[in-house]
Design a protein around this ligand. Structure first.
Ligand code: DGT
Ligand code: CA
Ligand code: CA
Ligand code: ZN
Length: 572
């Protein structure tokens, strides 16, 4: 992990130096070093420990010192200086694929271009093609790369896209003659971010449906409108595509437009191996050209000798092989969830009272809920001092007597302090039913410290769950430096569950790490971390993430009934 990061920094230094017109020798040296660090099989930490950095091909004294600096401090001062001294748009220009530093500095010198927007304008005005080594084709390629770059940086969080999509589905449902209205694309697969919203439907009067679609009240711009297809913009930036397809092909089309592209490629291979060619509309028998149509997706998969594959795992990560062998997992469902184990109230930084939260949880059909307000060290979140937590425990006991068929668990979201110690003494933690331990402070620790800090918390016999284990916030903040592989190994060893925090801006653990956790035999808890009654409905995002991680009911502790859960928590 560190090797990759160091390689990236070294390569970036080469680029930034070249952008400044530094001498070519230095530039080449950084790139060569980056390449060899990248291809190394050993950890840089290990090499440093042996005092062997200079044995890496292409790494001399100067670069070795920078690598060493990174390993000690987590940054390279001269890299940061270079970055600061480069106009911000210029570094961004380097991210446009096909644009190296040479081209970027030429564009800067000849056209005064120093941002992506300026480059786009110059290319549209055909000023780029007149430059040396450029022409109409390279100009067109630049524009295409800019489009791709924009798309890549503009992915929409699932938590934003899904409500928008559901609102549109709600309006479309009322349009006369529309049938089989379904989400497709990455949104149907439940990816944590989506490029756009894809919707499919069938209708005997497609043009009327398309007309109604582009005239929906939220539509701000119509990008494209054809007889069976339209693309519009809603909420300023969200693109929504609607396609109306033939009823008899619906199964094949929905399969195709659900993707992922990689899954589709794999599926076409399977079809070919069985003597069919698969298009987005039909399956054609190669031998005699006979075309087979499927109005149901299930039938298409069945015809190819496979189980139907839930959309969330269609990523070509082994699902096609598993479906052929009829060994697909039975993925966990929202209806399997029996309670929420991480919920805040107005005792710390939540909006609603314990009573409000209980009422909503019962409405959702849960059997139990754990109130996990913050611990006192987290002053900004109004964390509870010990006496307040004790007071709350008494109130919960009273509430439990009042409600029927529902159990309120005493919990805490205890802060894992920078040194790995927990924010409450053992005696208090021992009195809780559920202890979620999380990191909300000291994000800047180096990987080794952060990993050790979380593992130390897991060694406590009282800690049941690690909350939002990576700390990332989608589109906002990267994960802190942490070796999740080691954390998961420790979780398996100590029997600690990992949270899938269902808040749509967290989804943490994410899909991949959830799957890895399962592989290592670690249990998960899907929790909303709700800070209000509405927050409790985020469960569906967490379950989607769990499904994308191939999790089954048995992998998730809050699918257990109350008694089994308490036994699992050793508090029976
Ligand atoms: P996104 O929108 O970037 O989050 O990802 P998707 O997966 O929704 O991609 P999108 O909207 O471009 O296309 C929807 C689906 O259509 C995609 O998942 C698979 C299918 N598809 C689109 N283009 C291709 C293609 O070139 N080849 C194949 N096999 N499938 C494609
Ligand atoms: Ca899409
Ligand atoms: Ca699309
Ligand atoms: Zn929390």
């Amino acid at each position: 992990m560190k090797n990759e990061e160091v390689a990236r920094l070294l390569r970036e230094m080469g680029d930034l130096l070249e952008l400044r017109g530094e001498n070519g020798f230095k530039v080449v040296a950084y790139r060569r070093a980056a390449r060899s660090v990248e291809s190394m099989k050993t950890d840089l930490d290990e090499v440093t420990r042996r005092g062997d950095l200079e044995s890496i091909p292409g790494v001399g004294k100067a670069i070795a010192a920078k690598i060493d600096e990174y390993l000690r401090t987590g940054k390279i001062e001269s890299h940061e200086r270079l970055f600061r001294e480069t106009p911000p748009g210029m570094a961004e220009l380097l991210q446009i694929s096909g644009l190296g530093p040479k081209t970027v500095s030429m564009l800067h010198q000849k056209l005064g271009v120093s941002t992506v927007a300026e480059l786009e304008a110059a290319a549209r005005e055909h000023r780029v093609r007149r430059l040396p080594r450029m022409g109409p084709t390279s100009e067109k390629n630049i524009l295409r790369s800019i489009e791709r770059w924009k798309k890549r940086s503009d992915r929409i969080p699932l938590g934003v896209a899904l409500p928008i999509a559901q609102k549109i589905l709600g309006s479309l449902k009322k349009v006369a003659g529309i049938e089989n209205l379904t989400l497709a694309g990455s949104l149907r697969r439940g990816r944590e971010t989506v490029g756009d919203v894809d919707i499919l439907a069938t209708s005997s009067s497609p043009e009327a449906v398309i007309r109604a679609f582009v005239e929906l009240s939220g539509v701000e711009e119509v990008l494209m409108k054809g007889p069976t297809k339209a693309s519009v913009i809603v909420d300023e930036t969200v693109q929504v595509d609607l396609r109306i397809v033939d009823h008899r092909s619906f199964g094949t089309v929905i399969q195709y437009f659900t993707g992922s592209k990689e899954h589709n490629v794999k599926l076409r291979h399977v079809a070919l191996s069985k003597g069919y060619s698969l298009s987005e509309y039909s399956l054609t028998r190669v031998a005699d050209g006979e075309e087979i149509f499927f109005d149901r997706e299930e039938d298409l998969y069945r015809h190819l000798g496979m189980e139907w594959i839930p959309p969330e795992i269609r990523e070509d990560q082994g699902e096609v092989e598993a479906a052929l062998a009829r060994r697909l997992p039975r993925l966990v469902e929202v209806s399997d969830i029996k309670g929420d184990l991480h919920v805040h109230t107005d005792w710390s930084d939540g909006l609603h009272t314990m009573e409000d939260m209980v009422y909503e949880a019962q409405r959702l059909g849960y059997e139990y809920m754990a109130f996990c307000d913050h611990s006192h060290g987290l002053a900004i979140a109004n964390g509870l001092a010990i006496d307040r937590l004790v007071e709350k425990m008494d109130l919960i006991a009273g509430l439990n007597d009042e409600v029927e068929g529902f159990s309120i668990l005493v919990g805490t979201e205890v802060e894992i302090r920078a040194d790995g110690k927990l924010d409450y003494p053992d005696e208090i933690l021992g009195r809780c039913d559920v202890v979620v331990a999380s990191v909300h402070s000291g994000y800047n620790q180096r990987e080794r410290e952060m990993t050790g800090r979380i593992i130390e918390a897991m060694e406590s016999e009282h800690v049941d769950v690690i909350g939002h284990p990576s700390g990332r916030k989608i589109g906002e903040r990267e994960a802190y430096e942490v070796d999740l592989e080691r954390v998961l190994e420790a979780a398996a060893r100590t029997g600690t569950a990992m949270e899938i925090n269902a808040h749509p801006s967290r989804l943490d653990l994410n899909d991949r790490w959830s799957r890895r956790a399962k592989e290592l035999g670690v249990k998960l808890a899907i929790n909303t971390d709700a800070h209000s009654t509405c927050g409790l409905s985020a469960m569906e995002y967490g379950v989607k993430t769990a499904r994308r991680g191939w999790l089954e009911k048995g992998d998730v502790i809050n699918t257990l009934g109350l008694q089994d859960l308490l036994r699992y928590l050793h508090r029976g």
